[in-house]
Ligand binder design. Structure first.
Ligand SMILES: Cc1ncc(COP(=O)(O)O)c(C=O)c1O
Length: 400
């Protein structure tokens, strides 16, 4: 039967990674990478993570199965990080969660649950959105549609166009929103825009489906979810996917959770049983280790403070690279304004150059970025900024 299957092209990101690795030029720069890197190009284990792992090594007594919903203490602590301590849905006891293998698992279990609740539901995603949203959500059998989002001219959001499309989305459909640090563009809704989306959700009756994969990488763990908290306090129902991959640096440990806000406590209970049934059909139980690390950190004042401090350092480095890159590209021969880089949030920016310029950067200067021009600011270091800036200046130079 396997002869029926043809070989698939490599994923564009993995294809680019392979080309980067094979490039012998010593000064090569990888701006395509999807993970945080420090000034030396490493993706380090966070201090609090190592400390929590040491603690778990001596205190863990079993490796038996966890329940299908995972560790309830982890689910609770991660939810408190997301919502804050006194959030309305906590007080009304209308939210339930299931631990999942990373944010991808959360998005998929969220989609499976939506499919169980309403087979014909359409999920509206931003143009552009993270490429993996499409198979994760579409693979559960849901229809996808797009709403305008990124405004290439300003490097921000075309909010009027977004709201115009969403004004025609009604009850039974879902609108996928990036909680913060929009991937791939870095263009985030401000608090006023979150309020306007909240009002529209209430007026039209669509359900928010929120993807929080970068809490703490823009302005801080509280500030980054202020809009999400406002939205979730107002709407009767929502689905929220949360990932610990980036903010705890736990990528390969696959730690995350999906939360369901329902209109009543009884409905929330019912939804959780359905989410568990969906998980049972796919992977049964989530992996324990990453979630145990997160739970240990969030439950210990010293580890938590150290984690927050290191996360602040990560954020500070990314934001410093934003400022540096924008400053070094100012006054370029093409007159292109790169100040939008300093207004965008999180690890990514849409760089907004032409496909020919992307190719020239790669071929002539060994600078790798996605065809979409998504760049990871964490790929920039004090050691490579000079060659990066001069390469960009060179490709921006109008042809003689
Ligand atoms: C927007 C977005 N959502 C969700 C995820 C899921 O991450 P993971 O499954 O690694 O936790 C990512 C990871 O890159 C992401 O960028």
């Amino acid at each position: 039967m396997f002869e029926q299957l043809s070989r698939l092209d490599p994923d564009p990101i993995l294809g680019m990674l392979a080309a980067y690795r094979a490039d012998p030029r010593a000064h090569k720069i990888d701006l395509g990478v999807g993970v945080y890197q420090d000034e030396l190009g490493r993706t380090p284990i966070m201090r609090a993570v190592s400390d929590a792992e040491r603690h778990l090594l001596v205190t863990e007594t079993t490796k038996t199965y966890q329940g299908i919903a995972g560790d309830p203490v982890f689910n609770e602590r991660l939810l408190a990080l997301l919502l804050g301590a006194n959030h309305r849905v906590l007080e009304e006891d209308r939210v339930r969660g299931v631990q999942t293998p990373g944010g991808c698992g959360a998005l998929r279990i969220g989609a499976e649950l939506i499919q169980r609740a309403r087979r014909a539901a359409k999920v509206w995603v931003s143009t552009p959105t993270w490429a993996n949203h499409i198979p994760l959500i579409g693979g559960a059998g849901l229809q996808l549609a797009e709403y305008p989002y990124f405004d290439a001219a300003s490097g921000g959001i075309d909010f009027d166009a977004m709201m115009d499309t969403l004004s025609r989305v009604g009850p039974g459909d879902l609108v996928l929103l990036h909680g913060c640090c929009h991937n791939p563009t870095g263009a985030d809704l401000d608090l006023g825009q979150w309020r306007a989306v909240t009002e529209l959700a209430l007026k039209n009756g669509f359900t928010p489906y929120v993807d929080v994969a970068y809490q703490g990488l823009a302005d801080g763990v509280e500030a980054d979810v202020a809009g999400v908290r406002h939205l979730l306090a107002a709407v009767p129902e929502a689905v929220v996917a949360s990932s610990c991959s980036k903010n705890f640096g736990l990528y390969r440990e696959r730690a995350g959770a999906v939360y369901f806000i329902a209109a009543t406590r009884a409905q929330a209970d019912a939804v959780q049983t359905q989410a568990m049934a969906a998980a049972r059909q796919i992977y049964s139980m989530p992996p324990a280790h990453g979630a145990a690390i997160v739970s240990t950190i969030l439950g210990d004042a010293t580890l938590r403070a150290d984690w927050l401090e290191e996360l602040g350092e990560v954020r500070g480095r990314i934001n410093a690279m934003r400022t540096l890159l924008a400053a070094r590209l100012a006054g370029n021969a093409a007159g292109k304004d790169f100040s939008f880089i300093t207004r965008q949030k999180g690890m990514f920016s849409y760089f907004g150059i032409t496909p020919q310029q992307v190719t020239r950067l790669r071929e002539e200067f060994a600078v790798y970025m996605m065809e979409s021009t998504r760049i990871n600011l964490a790929g920039i270091t004090p050691a490579n900024i000079d060659s990066l800036a001069s390469a960009v200046h060179a490709v921006l130079e109008p042809a003689a």
